[in-house]
Design a protein. Sequence first.
Length: 367
Amino acid sequence: MTKEIIYILTFMLLISCNNEKYNKSSDGISNQTWVSELEYPEEKHLKNIKQLTFGGDNAEAYFSFDDSKLVFQSNYKEWNVECDQIFITDTNNYMMWKEMPDKISTGDGRTTCAYFMPGDTSIIYASTHLKDVECPHVPERTDGKYVWPIYDSYDIFVADLKGNIINQLTNSKGYDAEATVSPNGDKIVFTSDRSGDLELYTMNIDGSNIKQITFELGYDGGAFFSPNGKELVFRSSRPKTEAEKTEYKKLLSEGLVKPTEMEIYTCNIDGSNLKKITNLGNANWAPFFHPSGKKIIFSSNHKSNRGFPFNLFMINTDGSELKQITYDTVFDSFPMFSYDGKKIVFSSNRNNGGTRATNLFIADWIE
């Protein structure tokens, strides 16, 4: 679901492409000449950056437990999809500029937030296909404000790597999505509005023992487990003033949220020891634990007065030592470290030739 924030960058990207001075370079693979940068000299933690996709909006790429594969969502028209569907590829597949990867989702409805299940023989993802085979409507801005849709037709499914659905984990009325899996292979965390608000829930790997773990008004989502499986990191937009609360409730009643003010939080997997990690303002989201479990990488536009750029930042779990990691001029987000800690995958508008494409990139991680 979180990928909808990419759409707010459409006009920003056009402005950026007109105003920036870019270095032209060939990608060396597709024989096309791109503008913008593949690498920036300030990005000291990234080495050997490779571009994996070359068109459309590609996001939320996550490693298999053995780090050999990636699962991600894409709406790339050349792959015969009308809206986001789930794809799988080898981690070292650099041929997606000419070869379509394997599609895992049904091709019906809209999908989001795929993640590998233990054993790497199946994946979990959310889909609207049971309600309608067509792509659901993407809302326009509401009173000039950018909004995300909260589709009440999302449910969470498990599919094998050939795309066969082998289990449905949720079937309650409303939004169930944004599921990720513990590195211990025993728990799933997801976001649901079954309580009337967008809260975090955990369940066993088979869908049993569902428990609500957050309770404050606001949109809690995009949660990931710590490397030891004992903690969660997530982003939240929690209204404080009465006016903010009224607006939030009104939008939610219409199946919408406004994601322009979000901060990063952590808690134990039972919801205890809740901590607000950032207090930066603007949109801080797409967090993921560093392999040490002592730091968090996330996307943020807190340095911007215009809504962009979004770049990756890292911060200690006590909120100290904020550090910028990437330096793109428009959009870097959705970072995930490989389980062995040697690689990082992320989405970016870099090197897209002045188009609106958001592509996947993989790099060696350098401490």
